[in-house]
Structure formats: structure tokens, C-alpha cells
Design a protein around this ligand. Sequence first.
Ligand code: FAD
Length: 315
Amino acid sequence: MSILVYTESENGKFKKAALEVVSYAKAIADQMGTSVTAVTMNADNAESLGNYGASKVLSIKNEALGNFNAKAYASAIAEAAKQEGSKVVVVSSSADSKYLAPLLAVGLDAGYVSNVVEAPSSTAPFTVKRTAFTNKAFANTEITTDIKIVGLSNNSFGLVESGGTASVEDFAPSLPDSGVNVESVDKATDKVSIADAETVVSGGRGLKGPENWGMIEELAEVLGAATACSKPVSDLGWRPHSEHVGQTGKPVASNLYIAIGISGAIQHLAGINASKVKVVINTDSEAPFFKAADYGIVGDAFEVVPQLIEKLKAF
Ligand code: FAD
């Protein structure tokens, strides 16, 4: 009756969110007096999950699961949960996991709560704390179904290394005919992904044009951060759509979010409210973003950002 965790990987390498969900599942397992089993999809180094608290890994190696396919992935994870007799399944809050979790909930006749930010305050009744109203409030939610699915918010729990080891077993689930072939369009790059990033440097229309993004990329590089942008910036084709954050873009739950030349419209803030520390650089002291900011610099990005880069490089 172990806790089952779905661990996401890209090109065989675990995403940071995968290590975080295993760490989180271990905290629940300790509370419930049980162990953690992880499911991996075409991932290398499955045994490394032992360091984050998994005792066992069910390793799936199947070319048909090379690209994300919600129906097939949900079916495989459900089969693993049934085999292990798991009453709790943990996934991340990535777009992929949010897509597959409801299908998994149907397959397991389970209750699913997303955007969870802490280990359960109690496991009987099973009560988790989640964000609500686009991260403006928290809600304590009890999951009353026999099987429970928890979607952990990225960067909310952190990584906990335990130095443990995991046994690895091959797992070959029967796959449904999904009817849909999904091809991944996100090219693998060396850049930090927005979902995994602890720091995000984001630019808005105040940067005037794509030719001015050099300083944003340089600041991100110095900080080891991901780059992001507001919606109009990607609509104008200054940056790829994969960088657009907000209500209609990607959610960001970084430790540090630096917004440069972004006004702070409610639709933008909806996507970044879960970030812990927000820094705003804007020429307009009345820009709404300053109300949501922890630190604000009223100034011209073209003067402030180069100085910031210089100081950080000298650090
Ligand atoms: P602007 O509003 O043009 O603001 C530019 C800012 O840069 C200003 O505050 C200005 O003072 C500042 N500035 C100018 N020059 C400088 C300089 N030299 N140095 C520093 N600062 C400078 N938006 C999103 O971002 N994400 C979403 O997901 C999203 N979803 C939406 C969904 C709907 C249904 C709708 C209606 C809108 C949505 N929007 C979204 C758009 C949103 O309402 C705003 O229009 C948008 O966020 C504004 O982008 P911006 O701040 O980059 O540009």
C-alpha cells in the first residue's frame, strides 16, 4: 500500500518537479507509516530517485510513450497504482500532470486536488492545503474518496535528499489505443524551463522590441534563471509563446520573479501570484505591479538592468 508518484522526465532526465514530488510523497509516507513507489517513463537513472525517498521504482521503457499522451500515461499510472494497492498518488502541477490527473482520477475512481502547497496537516481525515482564487488565498481541502490524488505545486515543498536507495523493476503496462498522437514541439535546450525555475526574469512591452532582449537573457544567465514574458510580447512575436506567463499562459511558482517593463495587469498577476518574492522594474511609479511587488525599482530598464548585471557579475 505504498504512496505512488508519477515522476516526469524529458529526454531521459528527471525534471526538478519529479524529485520534488518524490520528496513530498516521502513526507506523506512517513506520516502514514508506509513507503514510496515511483513510476518513470523512459527515464534514465531510475535508481537515483532513492536519494529523494523512493524505495521502489517501476520503470516503464516503451517507445509508444516517448511523447506525452495523457490517456496512455494515465492508464499506465492507474495500472501501477492498482498493482501497488496505492491509496495516495502524487503528481506535479505541470501542464502535463494537470492534463492527465483528471483521467487518472476517473480510472481509479479517486478524488483529485491540484495546486497543493504543503504536506497534509492530517492523513485521517486526509486534508491538504491548496491555493485558491489564482493564488490569492489558501483552502484546506479534505479528500474523502478511498483513493486520493494530490497535485503538488512546483517549488512549494522543495527537494529533500535522504541518501536512500531504490530497487528498480521493469513495468510493462497494457496501453489503450489513445486515438491521438501528440508530438512534442518544445525543443530541448540548455535553458532552464519556466516550470522548474527557481528564478524567472520576465520582460514586458516596456522593453520596446525583440532587439532589446539581450539584457534580459544576460541577466537570466547571470542568475541561472529562466526567461519569460507578458502576453503582448509573445503575441507580437518578440518572444516564443512558450515564454508567455499569466492567466492564459504558463503559471510560474518561482522563488524569485523579476518583472521588467511589465505593467502588472490582473491577467499577468494571475499566473505569477504563487511566486515567493517579486521584484518590479518600471518607469511608472503608478504601475499596478508595484502593489503586488516585494521590491520595486522605479526606473528605466535600459539603465537599471545593465547596472544590475554588472553588480551581479562582480559578486
Ligand atoms: P503594457 O501594459 O504596455 O505595459 C508596459 C509597462 O512597461 C508599463 O507599465 C510601462 O510603464 C513600462 N515601461 C515602459 N518603458 C519602460 C522602460 N524603459 N523601463 C521600465 N518600464 C517601462 N497578459 C499577460 O501578461 N498574461 C496573460 O496570460 C494574459 N491573459 C489575458 C487574458 C485576457 C482574457 C485578456 C483580456 C488579457 C490578457 N492579458 C494577459 C493582457 C493583459 O491584460 C495586459 O494587456 C498585458 O499583461 C500587458 O502587458 P505588458 O505589461 O507587457 O504591457
